[in-house]
Design a protein around this ligand. Structure first.
Ligand SMILES: *Cc1c(COP(=O)(O)O)cnc(C)c1O
Length: 398
């Protein structure tokens, strides 16, 4: 059975054209691009072309692109580099709604002698730029602010953020893993120093990422070893995946306008249909500044994991806004930072679309969701006026 896949912020299907571009590198083109012989050397030409494709899609120069193993490595590399190149600076500014690839590293660094400021967000998931301005210090080594949020799709005003941070001469990293391929980005105009992206969020395979490092930005490698990537990221190049990422970036750029419009129409139809059909439901996040493909919808009095289970029974894949930790279901750190009321946060579902979704799929989800929610509400231990503390036990996982 083909699933109805509405979990594209978790990962995406490899585009058939991406797969096709990659296949020769698993068969006849297996040479090592660092080899002296022509057989290896010819692979290098494809890596050059892929680097140009990735750079062009971002308005960057090819020598500003490093290939990495994933978005997480790109984020870690940027933060590590900024700290290593300015050993006298011990302060990091980030936000409370970052992906764990940034948040868990910064929390780890706090135990290792660094200080961190976590910027809050309002009920719609928006940053307060005055708070950002006030957080900057003489010893701030880096500001790391995501471009767009993976759970809510909220887009941060990166141009304004960059102008505030760069005015103070502080290094700026953005985790753009959810933005690249979905939004036009022109690094010729946007003065960030580091930008992280990940292949599997834009129809390239898992296990390939890239980090943009602005020319002139001091850089310290995260992986040391061979001289690959001009000494900035050691390890034999993942040639097939690099070629796939190049193709995926090119496809995203060429089709961006048309795809954005089509994907947004699907997302909006689902969102409006669900809000109209299901009482006590609401959108999480700022609908005025949001990725075209993401809808985070909260259904009051029901539990996200239970909704997902019933959806799964109909072949519908999505994500919930809860994470099961230590036997109790905590709403996600993003929804908590936004102060989404408990009875809503628990029943939050993220639907995330891609170019491969169809109108027929939206029709089916619109048909299946209302009975799923009413069924769960009939059994719900949450009732108006009741304290939700009882739900703390027995989420069925550990
Ligand atoms: C998926 C994701 C990452 C991590 O990328 P990987 O390639 O899976 O390591 C980082 N940041 C955001 C915003 C993401 O959505």
């Amino acid at each position: 059975m083909n699933p109805i896949y509405l979990d594209n912020n978790a990962t995406t299907q490899v585009d058939p054209a991406v797969l096709e571009a990659m296949l020769p590198f698993f068969t006849e083109m297996y040479g090592n691009p660092s080899s002296m012989h022509r057989f290896g050397g010819q692979v290098g030409k494809y890596l050059v072309a892929a680097r140009e494709q990735v750079a062009a899609s971002l308005g960057a120069r090819p020598d500003e692109i490093l290939f990495t193993a994933c978005g997480t490595e790109s984020d870690n590399t940027a933060i590590w580099s900024a700290l290593q190149s300015q050993p006298e600076k011990k302060h990091i500014v980030t936000t409370r709604v970052e992906h764990p690839a940034v948040l868990n590293l910064v929390q780890h660094l706090e135990k290792r002698g660094y200080e961190a400021t976590y910027l809050g967000v309002d009920a719609k998931g928006r940053l307060d730029l005055d708070e950002l301005r006030d957080s900057l210090r003489k010893d701030t080594a880096l500001v790391s602010v995501m471009y767009a949020n993976n759970e809510t799709g909220v887009i941060f005003p990166m141009e304004e953020i960059a102008s505030i941070v760069k005015e103070r001469g502080i290094l700026l990293h953005t985790d753009a893993v959810q933005a690249v391929g979905k939004l036009p980005i022109d690094l010729g105009k946007l003065p960030v120093d580091f930008l992280a992206l990940s292949g599997h969020k834009l129809h390239a395979p898992k296990g390939i990422g890239a980090l943009y490092v602005r020319k002139g930005t001091p850089f310290r490698p995260f992986l040391r070893g061979g001289h690959q990537e001009r000494g900035r990221r050691a390890g034999t190049e993942n040639a097939a995946s690099i070629v796939g990422l190049g193709k995926a970036c090119e496809l995203a750029t060429v089709n961006m306008h048309e795809e954005r419009t089509r994907v947004m129409a699907l997302r909006d139809r689902l969102e409006q249909g669900l809000l109209a059909a299901i009482p006590d439901s609401m959108v999480n996040g700022d609908t005025a500044s949001r990725l075209p493909n993401t809808a985070s919808i909260a259904f009051k009095y029901v539990e996200g994991e239970a909704i997902l289970l019933l959806m799964d029974g109909h072949g519908i894949c999505a994500s919930s806004g809860s994470a099961c930790t230590s036997g109790s279901l905590e709403p996600s750190h993003v929804l908590r930072a936004m102060g989404v009321p408990f009875t809503y946060a628990h029943g939050s579902i993220r639907y995330s679309f891609s170019r491969f979704n169809t109108d027929a799929e939206v029709d089916l989800v619109l048909r299946e969701m209302p009975p799923i929610i009413s069924r769960l509400r009939e059994m719900s231990p949450f009732r108006e006026g009741q304290e939700p503390g009882m739900l703390k036990s027995g989420c069925g996982c550990s």
